[in-house]
Design a protein around this ligand. Structure first.
Ligand code: ZN
Length: 288
């Protein structure tokens, strides 16, 4: 199923895509949980009710006025660095022997079509197309062979990165460089895990203002989704709605000659096969 969170008449609502039309799930079944996190926590047991609601619900009268990220306020936003061998090479890093893990603050999250704000404090804001995994059933010490059962679904993500903060500050401020407000667009749809069978081999592309700047396939991941879930859950309890950015393929702006950073007026599109296209305009925060 394809599920999303959008603005409704009195706040966020959950919609599904049915035969190319958008339908409001609670129209058809008011007993369903009100948030996508609560639905995913009950997945896959709740799937039949959600599917029946999607079949019965009437289409939306008009396109959504606002798309939220599928999980608008995740408890954790866990990100993996250097998870494509050729991206590690282009940044001058060696291929990691264990996953390189960092986080973003929840205030980075924005939805489809919402603007990425270029902060006054950075001159090197870069783009990164990423496959994002949304956790369903939580757990600790999850084995790789069981890990796919803990995946609720997949969505498109953009790991926006201020390189002058990530690399140019004492100690390398990955957390801050990756955590300016609006630096984690996600969506528009979460596609449920039952639509896929591992290994996950999906074409992934970043297009900025019409120019394809990253073009790869998730089969190139050094650490697979299942290996990442097993690795991370050694340390933290994963919970429903936690999101995992799985790393970016080569072609980032910093590694280009000359470098190609995001500028006001750009439109960034992350496209992933069978999931969709996440589009965000880029604006300058200088005019507030
Ligand atoms: Zn990244």
């Amino acid at each position: 199923m394809r599920l999303a969170t959008v603005e409704g008449p009195t706040g966020p609502i959950i919609i599904a895509e049915r035969d190319g039309q958008l339908v409001h799930l609670h129209d058809a079944d008011t007993r369903l949980p009100r948030s996508l996190v609560d639905i995913l926590a009950a997945w896959p047991d709740i799937r039949p009710e959600v599917e029946q609601a999607a079949q019965r619900a009437a289409p939306l009268h008009a396109p959504p006025v606002r798309w939220y990220a599928p999980i608008p306020s995740p408890q954790k936003i866990i990100c993996i660095g250097l998870n494509y061998a050729d991206h590690a090479a282009e940044t001058g890093a060696s291929i990691p022997e264990e996953p390189v893990v960092f986080c973003k603050f929840a205030t980075t999250v924005i939805g489809h079509l919402e603007p990425i704000e270029l902060p006054r404090e950075s001159r090197q804001v870069d783009y990164e197309a990423e496959l994002v995994v949304v956790i369903g059933k939580g757990g600790r010490h999850i084995r790789a062979e069981d890990a796919w059962n803990h995946v609720a679904g997949l969505t498109c993500g953009h790991d926006v990165s201020a390189r002058d903060w990530q690399k140019g500050k004492p100690g390398g401020q990955w957390l801050l460089g990756k955590s300016f407000d609006t630096f984690a667009p996600m969506g528009p749809f979460l596609v449920t895990a039952d639509e896929f069978t591992p290994p996950i081999e999906l074409d992934i592309r970043m297009t900025v203002s019409g120019q394809v700047l990253q073009d790869s396939n998730t089969r190139q991941l050094i650490f697979t989704i299942e290996e990442l879930i097993a690795y991370l859950s050694q340390v933290v309890t994963l919970r429903p709605g936690d999101v995992l950015f799985t790393g970016t393929p080569p072609g980032v702006g910093m590694a280009r000659k000359p470098p190609r950073f995001l500028k006001a007026g750009d439109v960034a599109q992350v496209s992933i096969e069978r999931i969709g296209t996440l589009e965000n305009p880029v604006i300058s925060a200088d005019n507030d």
